[in-house]
Write a protein that binds this ligand. Sequence first.
Ligand SMILES: Cc1ncc(COP(=O)(O)O)c(C=O)c1O
Length: 431
Amino acid sequence: MNRPLEKALSDFGAKSASRFFMPGHKGTAFSDFLPALPFDVTELNETGNLYQAEGVLADSQQEAAKVVGVPSLLYSAGGSTLCIQALLAAFFKEGDRILLPRASHKAALHAMGLLGMEPVWVPSPSGLCAPTDTARMVYKIKHHECDGVFVTSPDYYGICADIKALSVACKEAGIPLIVDSAHGAHLPLAGLPHPIALGADGACVSLHKTLPALTGAAAIYLADPGKTDQVRHWMSVFGSSSPSYLIMLSIERCFAYMDTPSALSDWQHLSKRCEELRGISQFRLPSTDDPTRLVVNLSGLDPDQIKQRMEACRLIPELLDTQSAIFIPSPFNSEEDFSRLKTFVRSIGELKGEPEAAAVPPIPPSLLSLREALLSPKESVPIERAVGRICAEVVSVCPPATVLLAPGEKIGTNLLQLFHSYGILSVNVII
Ligand SMILES: Cc1ncc(COP(=O)(O)O)c(C=O)c1O
């Protein structure tokens, strides 16, 4: 892939011009820990503007779109959070009912609340690595219970939703399908199609989660290039007017990496490694749609003992709770990293345990709109004193990023035990 942004920044640097523009580090302060600092510039004629349809950054985004094979692509230096805000604002309008699984990230709920949209919930599946209930979603789409669909795929557990089935139903109903693929930027390298190839209208990917890119690096994929200007506009509404050039440069580098044959072989090799680890214990490491996501089933085991074993192996997972540990490996992990992981998996592979069904949190009744509840004055109270009151924030647990309580929902006594089990001691309620 051509790298227009990197070329523009290198050419600009070669001029050795005096930097009387932002940022204040002038490309020299802190250069001992950040050699890339000279590339951290601002919007100049030479360096382009992320929110304009022409220039170096537009060229770079077109190059990246070719790499992943999508009709249109936009960079985000504000993670998938910014992408979700822009996608929801561009595809839906105030008052729209959005169908989404309870296992959705709070970024989506916050954006929907601020934009005046209402959730139509689909309960979370029970158990580790269970797929989204597509049949239930399709039923609701067919019965016109929503004006659009927002679904996460893959989820934290590397499980994909049936995007094809959802897209067929959405197209028949004439409503948009947006996919939160924050955890799936690497999927094409792992041999799986991206959501646009499966019929989604828009999707976001957090490059920084699984691929070599700086934190905050993400992208939007669009099926219809005619939608690009509108989505870009909303990116400029919600995003910083000074998006980081270092993050944007890392995005360009990341797509250029995806375009190399070595990236494909790197990820094939990684998939094989993960397969070998799963071979040690299929009970402890259930299979996932994403071949490179490692979910360790901890049911029946003592969480403190597991934590100690992990520490002894000097491993830090992405997430750890009483049910599971999630590891996000990449080709950039070292041999030593994989050998430690193997030691850990071997050591727990022999331990016996009964599979425990994870509790499916009930969906409480909603007494206020999402927006009203989000914007209302609130106070933090211990959960025991919160019973009977209206929740003013998104209370969720990770993994699997399931919403326990959404703003506007009434807090019932049945949630207390669940809150305790997740160590949630207080909650924001409406005054
Ligand atoms: C499913 C999902 N969607 C969206 C986000 C937000 O992504 P970002 O951190 O790139 O803003 C996350 C972050 O963890 C996530 O897990």
